[in-house]
Design a protein around this ligand. Structure first.
Ligand code: NAP
Length: 306
């Protein structure tokens, strides 16, 4: 069977493309390695997506989006798209280890959390080190946790963690945050969050389980070992774009370069959401990308396959 479009990634960008394309009557298959919702699906509450004055739970929002895509006939499947090739007019892709043919591809594979790259990190991932507060926060009820990073992810998740942890220490390498003002104000006002600014984590120590972090103040040069039960790393992300190497132009950091209609330099291949080179990575902008790509690919299919 030849699909009209295969979508790689089940976050808000990919699922919106699936909703629009399936509603247009196209044969749509979407692969989602995380089982539904991408990064938004692991975000406890989203406060800036329009239409939800009290905020909306990320998992719930994504469940509704996926239900909507399935309702229009999209085939939503688990699994990762590991290779994409274009042969003549068709794309040949490997999804969840199986081979598929499709007339077009929407790449919505998002980003993966970037590790810190300090001694001890590899040893304690899953043993005190986490990249997902929504998934693991409840394991630290009444305990002390650190959050590393100064962007929106670190600040949002530090606030979320105060629901469970007795103490949250936010470690950021500068004295200015990269996050938006709304997030900064909430963190500064939150008495359960202790700020350690101008500070970097130099080492993670423990004995089978993470016990402490060696934190260095970059202004004074002094290092201190602080005891923690867990650490949540939010130091940015790496785009999941490797399978597009050779098909799409990538930035030096690996983000996919697209035109305004989300098309790439290979006709029939579109990229949407956080994996794309763009100004603002939010659910609202991901949804916009997804809608535009589905519209553009409908045009592509009409021009090339009818
Ligand atoms: P980000 O904006 O790239 O921030 C990464 C943070 O990690 C920065 O503060 C950076 O420090 C720090 N960092 C990077 N490498 C480091 C290292 N080796 N050691 C110590 N610190 C390091 O990433 P993000 O917070 O995941 O956000 C990604 C995108 O999603 C952004 O566009 C963000 O606005 C969006 N987002 C939005 C929301 C929301 O609106 N509620 C929530 C989550 C994410 P410097 O600042 O010094 O570079």
């Amino acid at each position: 069977m030849i699909h009209d479009v295969i979508i790689a990634g089940g976050g808000p960008a990919g699922v919106t493309s699936a909703i629009y394309a399936a509603r247009a009557g196209l044969k749509v298959k979407l692969f989602d390695p995380m089982g539904g919702g991408g990064q938004a699906g692991t975000t406890n509450m989203i406060y800036n997506y329009p239409g939800f004055p009290q905020g909306v739970s990320g998992p719930e929002l994504m469940e509704f989006m996926i239900e909507q895509a399935k309702g229009f006939g999209a085939d939503v499947d688990f699994g990762e798209v590991s290779s994409v090739k274009k042969e003549n007019h068709l794309f040949s892709i490997t999804g969840d280890g199986k081979h598929y043919e499709t007339k077009s591809v929407i790449w919505a594979a998002g980003t993966s959390p970037r590790p810190l790259g300090v001694p001890g990190e590899d040893e304690f991932i899953g043993r005190g080190i986490s990249f997902c507060a929504t998934c693991d926060g409840a394991l630290f009820r009444g305990k002390t946790v650190a959050v590393v990073g100064g962007g929106d992810s670190a600040l949002t998740e530090a606030q979320f963690l105060t629901r469970y942890a007795g103490r949250v220490i936010l470690v950021h390498r500068r004295d200015q945050f990269r996050a938006g003002l709304a997030n900064i104000n909430k963190v500064v006002e939150n008495s359960c969050i202790t700020l350690r600014l101008n500070s970097t984590v130099e080492e993670m120590k423990g004995n089978g389980q993470l016990k402490s972090l060696v934190v260095r103040n970059v202004k004074t040069g002094k290092s201190e070992e602080i005891e923690v039960d867990g650490v949540f790393l939010y130091v940015g992300s790496v785009p999941n774009s490797t399978p597009l190497d050779g098909l799409a132009d990538l930035t030096a950091n690996g983000y996919v370069k697209t035109r305004e209609d989300m098309s790439t330099r290979t006709s029939g291949l579109f990229a949407v959401g956080d994996v794309r080179e763009k100004l603002l990575r939010q659910v609202a902008t991901a949804v916009g990308d997804g809608a535009v790509a589905a519209w553009a690919l409908e045009k592509y299919l009409i021009e090339n396959f009818r």
